[in-house]
Design a protein around this ligand. Sequence first.
Ligand code: 5AD
Ligand code: SF4
Length: 446
Amino acid sequence: MLEEKNKHYHIINYGCQMNQSDSEHYAGQLESFDYQLAGHYSGADLVLINTCCIRESAEKKIHGKIGELKHWKEARPGSVMVLAGCMAQKDGEKLLAKYRQLDLVLGTFHISRFAQILAEFSESRQRRVVVDEELSDDEFAGSVSRRSGFSAWTPIMYGCNNFCTYCIVPYVRGRERSRSEEEIVAEVRRAVAAGYKEFTLLGQNVNSYGLDWGKKGSFAKLLQSVDEIKGVERVRFMTSHPRDMGEDVVAAVAEGKHLCEHFHLPVQAGSDRIIAAMNRGYSREEYLKLVALVRSYLPAASITTDIIVGFPGETDEDFAATCSLVEEVGYDAAYTFLYSARSGTPAAKMPDQVALAVKKERLKKLMEIQNASGLKRNQALLGSVEEVMLEGASQTDVNMLTGRTRTNKIVVWPRSGGDMPPGALVPVLITAAQTWILKGQKENDS
Ligand code: 5AD
Ligand code: SF4
């Protein structure tokens, strides 16, 4: 492998946190293969695009990027271009045939085999697609290369068993498989030793962690185990499925010392008819009960959600139910999406697809309602002192620092006094509230 020395890699990541975590795995394997990070693809000998296919808009962007990289590839004989992730899993053969600049197309089932596949490619220079769904025992093995220095993605399970009718994920990431608690705890311990303080436990549906071994209550227990690891300052988790989220998890967060009071509970829609057509497995009433349960244990917890507008058959009345639910819950933030038909999913074939103009109009209205709600929730924090984990200088003003509250709200405050390292916990007095950010000043700095 000596000839690989002094080569550079660049990863372009799209999609969710799970993809970011997978990209850290690819980076770790490339580094163990003696590649070094390049800040931009122009300085790289290997470019890996980690793809997402959750909505058509994501795919369009990625097609554009693959096209853009054609010139990079042509100008660098011997360079390697890898397409990985969900879109690669979905359309592997087609993509390899369409884009001559691609060397390797690697789906989501063989992340830990990347270094080996790359080594084989270096020998043979044979273009190749690896999308078979045969899982190996060492699926989760391999070193990761993290960059933030203080906050670590920690995958606890891969795949999804839910088959929401709009969603492509179960088709491109396979069935649920959970990592063992020992493996997760060992990974967190190693990251703590490397200086990491915040851990986000990741899975498509973290509440069903361990159910693949038939063990109920495993997620709450895992939260407790990670909470107890010395050096862990904050533990987050996502994504929760409202159908599977039990009181044991809410109670664990309430009792835990480092478990952050933030619940991301994707509701997707507010009308029972649409929730059922989405195959979500809960009713509006059950969802609202869950929100009430969270607030009964943790009145100050933040609650965020995902919502899709324009699901097939969504009427004005159904949409009004989504708006009223958003008002009733009073979310801290909501990620709102236009429904995007994904071929192969049941919803793509449903009648009464909603016109784009209608979807856009509904999205605009929903965002207005949510923005008002987010602002109100943030204004409630005016005058309070929040524990903020420092991330670093603000991107827009080097004289300002930025970080997050335990409830995952972004806070910006003026830099003052000596430099603190990223990951430091800073008490910040909140003095101004906007829809997406809070402003403040370090306590005792007035
Ligand atoms: N169209 C629009 N949004 C979608 N999501 C998942 N599938 C689709 C789709 N086909 C949204 C859901 C999910 C989030 C990650 O993406 O709201 O929670
Ligand atoms: Fe993540 Fe889903 Fe996009 Fe895959 S398709 S990257 S699992 S959001």
